[in-house]
Design a protein around this ligand. Structure first.
Ligand code: GRG
Length: 304
């Protein structure tokens, strides 16, 4: 795996792939969040504001790519991807609140609590989590109830104290002299847990051997770390307009990140190691895993 920037044909292939999924996701989510059918209209508007249009749709793309790799159906993966994007959106809405990161802009537009208000933002986040489980539990997501239960159970674990919420807690209340390992653990939970779920869930929709499953898990762990490290780097060197939100906040708040505890040079080395790890984990899948290689490059080189 090259950590260098992707070639133009690679970018074009990924762009077409992304375009199709983005259109399908937007349609699915619009239908799943009706406005004006009895439920409070303002809540539905805030939910839609948070998920349509979304961001890069990296997580849904990942799930669809893994499902495709193991013979899962696109329509099933699309619904799982939508559920994951709902959870991701909730985590961003809550992360942006004044009691957490206190951000006014996200994806180049006012954050949900700025566009609406704090109470609506909290409830929109809560409702998006509920919607995620509703989407997963519906029989359209998979005909096998056992698979649906596994999808639900594994997502619940990825969100809670051993996942996003736990990682966010470590981020908000870091130990005084956080070690590299403690910072890595925080980032693995707050960002890596959902990225790992994307891969696990995609694999659940098809069939793979225990060896393939282990390699996908290894890939997901390295990818999640690389994705969050790039986030830290963008906060340091990114352009506010392109990133779509305020940058330079980590240093201002004295936040512990891989970048702040390792420095730029060691962080680059670590990203190169993670890229190699992704490449090795995907090696056995051959050309079939090319979209996953493209997504790895995107995670490492992205500008927003
Ligand atoms: C889910 C129960 C539950 C709680 C959430 C608030 C919170 C607890 C966690 C916050 C976790 C967080 C914000 C991690 C950062 C993840 C990250 C790198 C986000 C940016 O993702 P992109 O770049 O964003 O994929 P786009 O806008 O492209 O979707």
């Amino acid at each position: 795996m090259q950590s260098s920037t992707p070639s133009l044909p690679q970018i074009e292939k990924l762009r077409l792939h992304t375009q199709r999924l983005t259109n399908d996701l937007d349609r699915l989510m619009f239908e799943a969040i009706p406005v004006g059918t009895g439920s409070p209209m303002r809540l539905a508007q805030a939910m839609r504001y948070a998920v349509v249009p979304g961001g890069k749709r990296f997580r849904a793309l990942l799930t669809v790519a893994v499902a495709d790799l193991v013979g899962g159906a696109y329509d099933h993966a699309l619904r799982v991807g939508a559920a994951i994007e709902c959870v991701h959106a909730q985590s961003l809405i809550h992360d942006d609140l004044p009691c957490m990161d206190n951000d006014d802009f996200r994806r180049g537009k006012p954050t949900v609590h700025k566009a609406f208000d704090e109470a609506t933002a909290v409830l929109a986040g809560d409702s998006l989590l509920a919607l995620a489980f509703e989407l997963l539990g519906h029989e359209a997501t998979h005909p096998d109830a056992g698979v649906r239960i596994k999808l639900v159970l594994t997502l619940a674990r990825a969100m809670g104290q051993d996942g996003l919420a736990g990682g966010q807690m470590m981020d908000l209340y870091p130990p005084p002299d956080a070690s590299v390992d403690e910072v890595a653990m925080c980032e693995t939970l707050k960002t890596g847990a959902l990225i790992s779920y994307c891969v696990e869930a995609g694999a659940m929709l098809g069939h793979c051997t225990p060896e393939q499953s282990a390699e996908l898990t290894r890939f997901a762990r390295a990818l999640g770390r690389a994705f969050q490290i790039r986030d830290d780097v963008l906060d340091r060197i990114g352009d506010e307009i392109i990133v779509g939100k305020a940058v330079g906040k980590d240093q201002g708040k004295g936040r512990k990140t891989t970048l702040s505890v390792m420095g730029l040079d060691k962080t680059r080395t670590e990203v190169a190691r993670l890229a190699r790890e992704c490449e090795e984990a995907l090696a056995g899948f051959g050309q079939e895993a090319s979209i996953l290689r493209d997504l790895t490059r995107l995670a490492i080189n992205r500008l927003n």
